[in-house]
Design a protein around this ligand. Sequence first.
Ligand SMILES: [Ca+2]
Ligand SMILES: [Ca+2]
Ligand SMILES: [Ca+2]
Ligand SMILES: [Ca+2]
Length: 517
Amino acid sequence: MSVSLVAALILAAIAAAAPGQTGRAHNQAGTVREGRINKARKPGRGSEKKLPESPKGAWFEDVTDKSGIPPLKYSEGVNFCCLEGGGLPDLFIPVVKGKDRLFRNRGNFRFEDITEAAGIKGKSGKDGIGAVFADFAGNGLEDLYIVKGAYPYGDNVMYLRKPDGAFRDVSREAGVVNRKNGISAVAADFFGSGRPDIFVCNWGVNTLFRNVSAGGDLKFRDDTLKAGLGGDGRSWAAVVADFNGDGRPDIFVCRGGYGKPESPRLYMNNGDGTFTDRTAESGISGIDWSLGAVAADFNNDGLPDLFVTSYDGRDRLYINLGGGRFRDVTKTSGIDTGHSVGAAAADIDGDGLTDLVVAQFAGPVKVFKNLGGGKFREIKNSGIGAWSRNEGVALADVNGDGAPDLYVSNYDGHNRLYRNLTGGRRLAIAITGARGAGTEARLYRTSEDKKSLAAFQELPGVSGFCSQVPDEFLFALPEKNARYNVEITFPGGEKKILYDVRPGRMEVKSPAKGKKQ
Ligand SMILES: [Ca+2]
Ligand SMILES: [Ca+2]
Ligand SMILES: [Ca+2]
Ligand SMILES: [Ca+2]
């Protein structure tokens, strides 16, 4: 089935799911007016006389129009990545039925389109949906893998980044063309080799590419069947986290489609090159069609929890109980979204608790403040425009002040960049080097002889729907008089401890070598 057909099906779902959807919009005076979302509105910002302006107390301010990022119709995923490892996050947007775009972050929320200069070529008739950056070659530069799931099936593209900044197409030499109907990919060092591997979500059998690169050349081996990941179905997106706390990155896969209910799947990493499907005993159930997921520790107990979007029903929040088991707490959580695509999690308001952004296709993007104890409250004056048909979302510190900013991808061209207005005492730690995804950080609050876990984060590589966040930890340090230490654990088990951290932004390099393959 083609991507165009996917889009058509999604649009049909909207017509059925969201009649009379209402929303909020803000006029220039900053007052709020209620209104009906005009689903027939044409994309493009040229017709927008009044820009959305955030009301007093809003969490976000729309900074799109000075950002240099144009309206991009048919964009779905969004990838934030620091192309040189450190620095401010750059932005890549795969565009379905269009040309993929790469934007360089020039600071102060301004981006420059460097697609052509970087050598990124959109192949006509081949649509990009999901993509993933990772330092596959291990030389400190981020390479790029784009999944092309169009009809007829496109060839996936692997770009190796050269020291002069240009990307070179090495898809065939690297062995990752993968001519299947792919949707997205996630990169992580699954086997502790020191080099990121790739898991591709396809409509059909998924693909695991093991990174067997040597020297400066990229080389991957299809280990799907050997790894036990050969199940059939329709997969959309995957997230990686160590869900059972054994130090090895596991895979959660979102699946399903019209007329064919398919449960998402949780694959636990056995540590010997294989995975085992543990969905049945995990307690994750009740979703027939999941599109996106975000793994984040919502209750600060050191275990990654899961928020899963459902395209044909209510989204779900699962709290990790340990040992690979989860509890569905959706009903008591205060999160009321559904028919959604993307999601993103970070401590947006800096109070020490991880908040949630949900991109509904049938309605607006909603922001939920984490109140603790598994409860959330919707932030009504989030500052986010009221458009529906939202796709991927990602939270990243675009301006380097430590507070997570937001990008929303929208199928109708209302893609927007939002600046975080909440302020507060923030610590950003960018992880450079080849081993970002799967790296964990524990923030401890210390006083006299006591040490308590204040927050836990694991770099997910990709999150939500076909989207990627940079390899950066964004912590709040809410108590001015407290002392905070950060313990960073890299894939493979090496640790670094940062004592008495202060607000600001810093870079930490991941150890270069991993286990022998
Ligand atoms: Ca694990
Ligand atoms: Ca947790
Ligand atoms: Ca918060
Ligand atoms: Ca920021």
